[in-house]
Each structure stands twice: as C-alpha cells, then as structure tokens.
Design a protein around this ligand. Structure first.
Ligand SMILES: CCC[C@@H]1OC(=O)[C@@H](C)C[C@H](C)CCCCC(=O)CCC[C@@H](CC)/C=C/C=C(\COC)CC[C@@H](O)[C@@H](O)C[C@H](O)CNC1=O
Length: 155
C-alpha cells in the first residue's frame, strides 16, 4: 500500500513543478541553475522521449494504460516480496501517470529540466521522466541482483 503513496507523492510533485513552469515561465524562457550543466527551460513536448512519434496521443494513451495495468499487476503480485521492486514499480507508476495527466489535459507534456552534458543539450525533461528513468534503473539493478543470487544458489 505504501508504494501507492510513493507514486502519489511523485504525481503531486510532478504536477506542482509543471504548474509552476507553466504559470511563472514564458515558453522558451530559461533560468540558469548550475552553469553550464543545468538550466530550467520552459518546454513542451507533444511526443515521447526526444520528441519521437510527435502528436501520436492515442498511441501514448494506449501504451501508458498498458504500462500502468502491468505495473499494478506486478505491484500486487511481487511488491510485497521486495522493497526495491516495490519502490521501482512505484516510481514507474508515478512517472507514467504524471505524463499521462499532461497528455490528457494539456495535449502535450511540460518539460523544464534542461541538462547540458559536455556542452551538448542532452534533453529537457520533467519529474515524471526522471522518476521513470530511476524506476527503470532500479528494476534493472533488481534483476541483476536476482540473477546473481540464482547463480550462487546453483553453485
Ligand atoms: C522517460 C521516458 C519518456 C516518457 O515516457 C512516458 O511518458 C511513458 C510512460 C509513456 C510513453 C508514451 C511511452 C514511452 C516510450 C519509450 C520511450 O520514450 C523511450 C525512453 C527511453 C529512455 C531511456 C532511458 C529515454 C529517456 C528520455 C529522456 C530523459 O529523461 C530523463 C528525455 C525525455 C524528454 O525527451 C522529454 O521531453 C520527454 C517528455 O517529457 C515525455 N516523456 C515520455 O514520453
């Protein structure tokens, strides 16, 4: 149950930050946070990562609903067994719903975290994206650690 609360906290924090960017910043406006790596730039994305499949909202709705159903299924099935698994699923759930709310009510996703890596504008993303990526990362670590445990048991 507490994992749903983690997802809810992410959704609320994601929506609050997006609301602030939307109301306090002009589109395209950029605020320096950490020169020359991190800026807050008001940006909108009508696609998925890096703007792919721009405008394909129905596809995004369908993918997101499938992803959310899958996460809830695994949360019921597995989350009680492992805290890491539960937290990574909660991060994925919060991130997916956060961007889903944008797509549903704004028709586009609000992005503002603008990162420059080696002078290259890596991507402008939001709290939901970060939550999704951290969730994917934790899930990957969990699978790797499970695999290592299985190998030890076999030996
Ligand atoms: C994070 C997943 C993207 C997120 O997926 C979602 O919503 C999910 C729940 C639903 C989508 C309809 C389906 C995902 C398609 C898979 C995908 O896209 C491959 C992703 C690879 C991944 C490997 C790590 C890159 C990472 C991206 C970025 C780095 O983020 C830290 C850049 C983010 C910026 O391009 C920003 O403009 C994106 C914008 O906010 C909309 N966001 C989405 O579509």
């Amino acid at each position: 149950m507490k994992y749903y609360i983690i997802a809810l906290v992410i959704i609320v924090f994601d929506q609050i930050t997006k609301r602030i960017v939307e109301t306090k910043m002009a589109l395209g406006e950029s605020i320096t946070i950490i020169e020359p790596f991190l800026y807050f730039t008001s940006h909108r994305n009508r696609g998925a990562a890096f703007g792919i499949l721009e405008g394909q909202m129905w596809l995004f709705y369908i993918i997101t609903v499938i992803v959310v159903i899958g996460i809830i299924y695994f949360m019921k099935k597995e989350a009680s067994k492992s805290r890491l698994y539960g937290i990574s699923l909660a991060l994925l759930l919060g991130g997916a719903i956060g961007n889903f709310i944008d797509r549903l009510f704004r028709g586009e996703v609000v992005d503002f975290v603008d990162t420059y890596i080696f002078g290259y504008d890596f991507a402008i993303f939001n709290v939901a994206d970060a939550s999704l990526c951290i969730g994917v990362g934790l899930l990957f670590i969990k699978m790797l650690s499970d695999e290592r445990k299985q190998k030890k048991e076999i030996k």
